[in-house]
Design a protein around this ligand. Structure first.
Ligand SMILES: [Zn+2]
Length: 89
């Protein structure tokens, strides 16, 4: 499966999830209660997964827990801030 196929799945899942949104709700309200109008456990889980995907993820330093200037550095603890106590070379 290539990236375009993955995008198709994501776009289809997001479109499906949006179709479940009550008409009087905005996206933010739907994100805070993503399982609304789902009828099966599988639908409920898919709705929650879509909401997680659409919620901006703020990277957290894996050492000190700050969110300031955190960068992806890879490895087993991939997010680190620039503090000398956190970045090891
Ligand atoms: Zn840190």
């Amino acid at each position: 499966m290539d990236d375009n196929n993955n995008n198709d799945v994501i776009l289809a899942a997001v479109a499906w999830w949006a179709s479940k949104r009550p008409v009087e709700w905005d996206k933010e309200k739907h994100l805070s209660n993503p399982r609304i109008n789902t009828t099966t456990p599988a639908e409920s889980d898919l709705a929650a997964a879509v909401a997680k995907l659409l919620t901006p993820q703020v990277p957290v330093c894996g050492v000190c827990g700050t969110t300031k200037d955190v960068k992806w550095v890879g490895g087993s603890n991939p997010y680190k801030c620039p503090s000398p106590d956190c970045v090891s070379f």
